[in-house]
Ligand binder design. Structure first.
Ligand code: F6P
Length: 360
């Protein structure tokens, strides 16, 4: 067998651990040849691929990023018009060219490591005749039918450490400190990171906040001489108000780039409070760096499971974690879906039980 491996979408800690596990498990389990496709699905259009031997994945377990490179703007089924594109300036559906390249390499199947956008594209390739197995990656932890994605634990650790640091300076100056996390339309990072870092206010995309309610919570703390630590997800917004956008990338599978809501909230709160309000956007620090031990193990388990699915000929499926067991689910059930924080989630209930503020 000859199997291609690619990493699509935004990078995250643990991608290299999956690449290593898939490569080693396919080599030793069934003597398969493994080829890395570079820069995600873009590599299938740009003809960028290289063999992956056991020696190529040696020592990469704990490395952040992805040795294959990634891309979160290329969907071969919808390539934007580009007059400078040497292959096809008209754009449109370039999947036949991508499939032809995969065939020219002699690939029997592809392991696609990525988030919901990557799984949606992977599903289309599977339906178009290239057998695919998916592996769920994203710091956002928002993929359907898996309780965990690798990368999430590492991101939560970064948020917790950042909040620990913001807490001490908040106390020194009696300030309200706002930390903005990633997570797009799901609040998992803000919720777990906020709890782990002892935030007093946690604001999620799933629960539009009332500026008055947040200000009231901060004022009560001011009266007691206490600083306030706020953890807000980038996709959170005040009730009836729009998302805070950093940019739009036309032609990208997900054209909206969120970011800056910490500063929106700062402007909303400052006129209502005596304390100084400061905002910090954690941004890509949450995606970079070495994976936690938990993510290294989860990524390795997912990689091994993906290799088993390939060996068993179970294509069109994504490795997933349910009740701490690796199982697989149809790509069709995952593609384009998002798993948001249910408002009756036990951790949301715990936040309420502690008397912390969720902005409602
Ligand atoms: O989906 C992962 C993620 O890190 C989101 O949390 C974030 O909104 C987005 O990617 C950022 O993407 P980019 O690196 O393209 O700005």
């Amino acid at each position: 067998m000859h199997i291609g491996v690619l990493t699509g979408g935004g990078d995250c800690p643990g991608l290299n651990a999956v690449i290593r596990a898939v490569t080693l498990a396919l080599h030793s389990g069934c003597g398969a040849k493994v080829t890395g496709i570079e820069r995600g699905f873009r590599g299938l259009l740009d003809h960028r691929a290289r063999p992956l031997l056991a020696s190529d994945v040696s020592g990469i377990l704990a490395q952040g990023g992805t040795v294959l490179g990634s891309d979160n703007t290329c969907d071969p089924f919808h390539v934007p018009h580009d007059p400078h594109d040497p292959h096809d300036p008209t754009g449109g559906d370039r999947s036949p060219a991508a499939l032809a390249f995969a065939r020219s390499l002699g690939l029997d199947a592809l392991v696609a490591i990525g988030g919901d956008g990557t799984m949606a594209i992977a599903h289309r390739f599977h339906e178009a005749g290239l057998p695919v197995v998916g592996v769920p990656k994203t710091i956002d932890n928002d993929l359907a039918h898996t309780e965990r994605t690798f990368g999430f634990d590492s991101a939560v650790a970064v948020v917790a450490e950042a909040l620990d640091r913001l807490a001490t300076t908040a106390r020194s100056h009696g300030r309200v400190m706002i930390a903005e996390t990633m997570g797009r339309y799901a609040g998992w990072i803000a919720l777990e990171g906020g709890v782990a870092g002892g935030a007093d206010v946690i604001l999620l995309p799933e629960l539009p906040y009332s500026v008055d309610a947040v200000a009231h919570h901060c004022r009560e703390r001011e009266k007691r001489g206490e600083p306030t630590l706020i953890c807000i997800a980038e996709g959170a917004h005040a009730a009836g108000q729009a998302l805070t956008l950093r940019a739009t990338l036309p032609g990208s599978p997900d054209p909206l780039r969120l970011g800056g809501v910490a500063h929106t909230l700062q402007q909303q709160l400052q006129p209502r409070l005596d304390s100084e309000v400061r905002a910090t956007v954690l941004g890509h620090t949450q995606r970079g760096g070495t994976p936690t031990a938990f993510d290294r193990v989860l990524a390795t388990r997912f990689g091994c499971h993906a290799a088993q699915l390939v060996k068993a000929g179970q294509f069109g499926r994504m490795a997933a974690l349910q009740s701490d067991s690796c199982i697989s689910v149809p790509l069709a059930d995952v593609a384009g879906r998002q798993r948001k924080v249910p408002l009756d989630h036990p951790l949301v209930q715990a936040v309420r039980a502690l008397g912390l503020c969720l902005g409602d």
